[in-house]
Design a protein around this ligand. Structure first.
Ligand code: HEC
Ligand code: HEC
Length: 353
């Protein structure tokens, strides 16, 4: 009896000890993670020089979904940044005006507000500067500021909404304000409460052992030295191929990244570290969009950025961790858009008849 009881006691004590050390390990992991990462806030972030008001957000949402910002009348921001598909188009590189294939993969608009700057090479300072690009790009929406302004002014509901969203302005319906309204809407496209955010907020039990192992590896191997902050990336520029350049199929020779922005020789093939929030939803990967499998993307990062062949188990664990970065998608009610009038510019044929 006595012996049995001590035996039980010993088992109990051992279990308690094991549980204690697991708790300690979890605490250490959480503390280390907090040094690298920040949770996505649950409230809409403020934007520089552009108050995020209800009127602007509602207007920006309509503009985001309105294909009449394109000259063909067919392509909206949502065509390539589909909010039902992780905020991107799930194509290798985007297809725009006249079925032209653009040179780069579309990044997600979700949480883009937290990036240091916009585009793979960071060439747009912020979301309002960014929004003017695709509208005018020949391979994307192929329109002009003038055409956009004429279109918007021909639709009385837009005139009314711009006037309310930009009170006190003499001529509120203009290209700059279009960009500001879209930026305000994009600021609402954040995805809080992923399992990783819950972990960062102290709920350590929300990640399983493999995911925790993956998080540990993500930090100890050095991924987190480039992919950190709120967006687990998106806040610094690094060569793609620090240690070993990937093949030309994955890193095409003609896209030199930030070199085109800064004209500095040592910025050849330098890109913004990909923001990894919701990465499980946004295949294919890299600016070339040439990799469809997240595990393969992780393995490529190992050799290219760290000079390390990750083992299959390590690759799997890191991938499992990356999947915990999927947050709550914003609820977006599809907007009803104003009907065209006699003054609305007619769509331009995007393909030869
Ligand atoms: C034809 C497809 C297409 C359309 C239409 C389009 N985009 Fe994009 N978008 C892209 C591609 C491709 C990139 C990346 C280009 C690059 O990095 O050079 C991009 C980049 C972005 C980014 C930067 C995200 C980041 O992480 O850097 C934002 C934000 C964005 N687009 C918003 C918009 C908005 C707003 C509109 C509508 C006004 C729009 N896009 C229309 C394809 C498109
Ligand atoms: C030296 C900095 C650096 C390190 C270290 C690094 N990365 Fe990256 N990562 C980048 C850059 C830069 C890109 C963008 C590459 C491009 O141009 O397509 C990127 C892109 C990615 C992408 C694709 C993002 C997308 O939207 O397509 C994934 C996934 C990724 N990294 C994961 C990792 C993992 C996992 C590790 C560790 C094994 C790691 N990275 C280590 C800089 C780094």
């Amino acid at each position: 009896m006595f012996g049995k009881a001590t035996g039980l006691c010993a088992v109990f004590a051992a279990t308690m000890l094991a549980a204690g050390s697991v708790a300690l390990a979890d605490d250490a992991l959480l503390n280390e993670a907090k040094e690298y990462f920040k949770p996505i806030p649950s409230v809409v972030p403020a934007v520089k020089d552009n108050a995020v008001t209800h009127e602007k957000v509602e207007l920006g949402k309509m503009l985001f979904f309105d294909p009449r910002l394109s000259s063909s009348g067919l392509i909206s921001c949502n065509t390539c940044h589909n909010l039902g598909m992780g905020g991107d188009d799930n194509l290798e590189t985007s297809i725009g005006h006249g079925w032209q294939k653009g040179p780069r993969n579309a990044p997600t608009v979700l949480n883009a507000v937290f990036n240091i700057a916009q585009f793979w090479d960071g060439r747009a300072e912020d979301l309002k500067a960014q929004a003017k690009g695709p509208v005018q790009a020949g391979v994307e929406m192929a329109s002009t500021p003038k055409r956009v302004e004429t279109t918007l002014k021909s639709l009385p509901e837009y005139v009314e909404r711009f006037t309310r969203a930009f009170p006190g302005e003499a001529d509120p319906v203009n290209f700059d304000n279009m960009a500001k309204a879209i930026e305000a809407f994009e600021a609402t496209l954040i995805t809080p409460a992923s399992r990783f955010d819950q972990f960062l907020e102290g709920n350590v039990a929300v990640l399983n052992d493999e995911e925790k192992e993956g998080l540990q590896l993500f930090m100890s191997k050095g991924c987190a030295s480039c992919h950190n902050g709120v967006n687990v990336g998106g806040d610094g520029y690094y060569p793609f191929g620090v240690v070993e350049k990937p093949g030309a199929d994955i890193l095409p020779a003609n896209d030199k990244g930030r070199f085109a922005v800064t004209q500095t020789a040592d910025e050849e093939y330098v890109f913004r570290a990909g923001p990894l929030r919701n990465i499980a939803l946004t295949a294919p990967y890299f600016h070339s969009g040439m990799v469809w499998d997240l595990e393969q993307a992780v393995a490529i990062m190992g050799t290219a950025q760290l000079g390390e062949d990750l083992s299959p188990e390590e690759t799997k664990a890191i991938t499992a961790f990356l999947k915990t970065l999927t947050g709550e998608m914003p609820t977006v009610t599809y907007p009803v858009l104003p009907v065209e009038t006699a003054d609305t510019p007619r769509p331009e044929a995007m393909i030869a008849k």
